[in-house]
Write a protein that binds this ligand. Structure first.
Ligand SMILES: *Cc1c(COP(=O)(O)O)cnc(C)c1O
Length: 396
């Protein structure tokens, strides 16, 4: 990368990211190119965003068509793409009503607001507390970082909003002990992705859902990373035989275009009325043209099933080829969120993988996270696994 770009970034951007000294300038399918012409196999998909690969043709066509027609009008008007995108979401999920926003944190913020407002104004029980879990990740706004079960995202931001409680994950007794007369909602990820790629225990999730139902507590599932086909189902909750009251989406929803959504069950509709929540940019004609094209492609081409198939192959190859690497502790995941837990820090392995032309990310210090796009081929999996096997065999 030209030194001038790096110097300008250092000088003019707030230092919120530890950036690699690399500028990616072009992408196609599973492949990326940097400004020096080096080619990379992308097994991180912009952190589970580009589920259809880079620059997917059908999505680009929908976007360009909409750019020629209309960009923005505000939610004071009917927006046909928004209504149609919402219908695609509700037709293909357990949800009944959608609110569009622009990011994951905003989707979770909307979920927290809707859960509280429903309990306080519809159920009229005064409940406000949101129970969340250690190692979870829910976003960076004040409410969502408070909901996040990781101390590092909270440091220096006091005072934090009240009404959140964080408890251990996969521990039903801890949840029973935490519930009280003020519990409004339980909010969780079905695979804790940022927290180290930990899929929830199926029995535990069924018990959580039953307990919530019995106690009138809303179950909010954060599907921001797991949704849109990533885990081998359109939404991860389908693996668990549950129906969340609210689930949230962002990352894969726009194939790389920024958009978020909160999807709620029918009874929650009355939780919001005109004016109780809103977003200037939420669900613009452009954003929802992209959502429509993304959902039509993922549902129409049965890509969740394809992701499930490729997941079986990826996990099998990893388990075979990494069997003799003593640095590797465990390979786990759900669909195409895969974690390789190692005996020590993996930062060096990530950098060496980049040097070998493979992009992967970490999930915590000791876990390598693989997030290939849903169209990844078996040949691309073979290539990624062979690079990782060689690096991990040598790692200590
Ligand atoms: C990425 C992520 C978020 C936050 O999304 P932003 O778009 O960065 O605000 C929230 N929850 C989960 C599970 C995520 O993976």
């Amino acid at each position: 990368m030209t030194d001038t770009i790096e110097a300008a970034a250092t000088q003019s951007l707030l230092p919120t990211y530890a950036r690699y000294p690399m500028a990616l300038v072009k992408g196609e399918g599973s492949w990326l190119w940097d400004d020096k012409g080096n080619k990379y196999l992308d097994f991180m998909s912009g952190i589970a965003v580009t589920n259809l690969g880079h620059a997917p043709k059908r999505i680009k066509e929908a976007l360009v068509k909409q750019l020629d027609e209309l960009w923005h009008v505000s939610n004071l008007f009917q927006i046909p793409n928004q209504a149609e995108a919402a219908k695609l979401l509700t037709d293909n999920s357990c949800g009944d009503a959608v609110f569009f926003c622009n990011s994951g944190a905003e989707a979770n913020e909307a979920a927290i607001k809707l859960a509280r407002r429903y309990q306080q104004l519809v159920a009229k029980n005064g409940r406000y507390e949101i129970i969340t879990f250690e190692q979870s990740f829910h976003g960076r706004t004040l409410a969502t970082l408070t909901a996040t079960g990781q101390a590092k995202v909270k440091e220096g931001f006091a005072p934090l909003p009240e009404g959140f409680k964080t408890i251990p994950y996969n521990d039903i007794e801890a949840l029973k002990a935490a519930i009280s007369g003020v519990t409004a909602a339980v909010m969780l990820e079905l695979v804790q992705a940022e927290g180290g790629v930990h899929p929830a225990n199926a029995d535990y999730i069924r018990q959580v859902a039953e307990l919530c139902e019995r106690e009138g507590i809303l179950l909010v599932v954060d599907e921001i990373q797991t949704g849109i086909g990533r885990t081998g189902k359109l939404f991860a909750y389908e693996h668990y035989g549950i129906q969340p009251d609210i689930f949230t989406l962002a990352k894969g929803l726009g194939s790389g275009f920024p958009v978020g959504a909160m999807v709620a069950k029918e009874k929650l509709r009355e939780g919001f009325t005109a004016g109780s929540h809103g977003s200037t940019f939420g669900g613009t004609p452009i954003a929802t043209a992209v959502v429509k094209a993304t959902l039509e492609t993922i549902v129409g081409d049965e890509l969740p099933a394809r992701a499930a198939e490729q997941s079986v192959y990826l996990m099998e190859q990893l388990r075979n080829k990494l069997a003799s690497a003593s640095f590797v502790k465990e390979v786990r995941g759900l669909g195409l969120i895969v974690g390789i837990e190692c005996e020590g820090p993996v930062a060096n392995v990530l950098t060496e993988a980049q040097n070998r032309g493979l992009l992967v990310i970490a999930a915590g210090p000791n876990v390598i996270r693989l997030l290939p796009n849903l169209l990844v081929t078996s040949e691309e999996i073979d290539l990624a696994v062979s690079i990782l096997a060689e690096l991990l065999e040598a790692a200590k």
